[in-house]
Design a binder for this molecule. Structure first.
Ligand SMILES: NC(=O)c1ccc[n+]([C@@H]2O[C@H](COP(=O)([O-])OP(=O)(O)OC[C@H]3O[C@@H](n4cnc5c(N)ncnc54)[C@H](OP(=O)(O)O)[C@@H]3O)[C@@H](O)[C@H]2O)c1
Length: 316
């Protein structure tokens, strides 16, 4: 079967702006690797880069973006740069974004995401931990993710970010934001989503509420374990493409933005190659979780931050 190649497309956000549906992920990319991979990505045609305060590579992302813009006919507004506020910064988002912009050497970001739905104590480093290694959170009764989000929205009015959103959230928590008076609805929700954790309920909920979903760890995170899955391998053989192409194209077929990370030049280029999957294959990949469900990322908190998602509930 010869594959039907698909281009990277832009999706409309609920504030009228657009977001490219494939981004380069940069988590765990060391500063040098990060500079090279962002440069490779931009030169290859990516226009969307995903970083975060906690990845400690915003300086490299910014250097690569600015160096690229000097050499290219593209302008800053042709690129889409996302960074994330860390939980230890939630109580002072203006300082946090100004620090990120300084590291990035940019006047604004396109998307500023709350990295989690729980705030952490300030003044004890980037990932404050107790003696048992648990991240030190602030009780949601004292300062909740809604309180943090309320402060974040002022950054749009100030022009530091074009859009805001939240990571690692579930539908009931989004519903609470949507029902809270005087809050801008999140433009984007970024969560772990892949064939072992398809989060069907969350994706449908966001679609119904006009929120763009971003699928992180689309290959199963470090080492790309999903690429060994027998169904994905079989579908890749059927279309004559790589398993990575199938996993990434599946995320796109569901209408989500996908964020594959690589620091390998050839893979960065490969991960832009999208195909049109038949509906039956999209559904088949979407049912793999019935055989195998796995969440790859679970930060160590004393409270459960991933509660009540229909597809996966670590408490039950
Ligand atoms: N908001 C959040 O809390 C959060 C959490 C996790 C991730 N994210 C974002 O989502 C991005 C992606 O998630 P992720 O980094 O966890 O994992 P991922 O993209 O699912 O997988 C990355 C791994 O796959 C390998 N890989 C990439 N392309 C490949 C290919 N074509 N063939 C074979 N192996 C390939 C990479 O190796 P090499 O690099 O060695 O090539 C790396 O080991 C992150 O980088 C970050 O930007 C956000």
């Amino acid at each position: 079967m010869s594959p039907n190649k698909k281009p990277i497309e832009s999706l409309k956000l609920n504030n009228g702006l657009s977001i490219p549906n494939v981004a380069l992920g940069t988590w765990k990319a060391s500063p040098d690797d990060c500079y090279n991979s962002v440069m490779t990505a931009l030169k290859s045609g990516y226009t969307h880069i995903d970083t975060a305060r906690i990845y400690r590579n915003e300086v490299s992302v910014g250097r690569a973006v600015n160096d690229f813009l000097k050499q290219s006919h593209l302008k800053r507004e042709d690129l889409f740069i996302t960074t994330k506020i860390s939980p230890f910064e939630f109580q002072d988002p203006e300082n946090a974004i100004l620090d990120s912009l300084e590291r990035l050497q940019l006047d604004y970001v396109d998307l500023y995401l709350m990295h989690h739905c729980v705030a952490e104590v300030t003044g004890e480093g980037i990932t404050p931990r107790d003696e048992n290694g648990f991240r030190k959170h602030i009780s949601p009764e004292v300062f909740s993710y809604v309180d943090a989000y309320r402060l974040l929205q002022n950054l749009v009015a100030k022009g530091y970010t074009k859009s805001i959103g939240i990571c690692n959230i579930n539908s009931p928590k989004i519903q609470r934001l949507l029902e809270t008076k005087d809050l801008i609805p999140p433009a984007v929700v970024q969560c772990e989503i892949h064939p072992y954790l398809p989060q069907h309920e969350l994706v449908e909920f966001c679609k119904a509420n006009n929120i763009v979903v971003e699928s992180y760890s689309p290959l199963g995170s470090t080492g790309a374990p999903l690429l060994q899955d027998s169904v994905i391998v079989e579908i890749a053989q059927k279309y004559g493409v790589t398993p990575a192409c199938v996993a990434i194209s599946w995320a796109v077929a569901r209408g989500t933005v996908v964020l594959p990370k690589s620091t390998t030049a050839q893979r960065i280029k490969e991960n832009m190659f999208l195909i049109e999957l038949d509906e039956e294959d999209v559904n088949l990949i979407g049912s793999i979780y019935k055989r195998m469900t796995k969440r790859y990322l679970e930060p160590k908190w004393k409270i459960n931050v991933y509660d009540s998602d229909a597809d996966f509930n670590p408490l039950t």
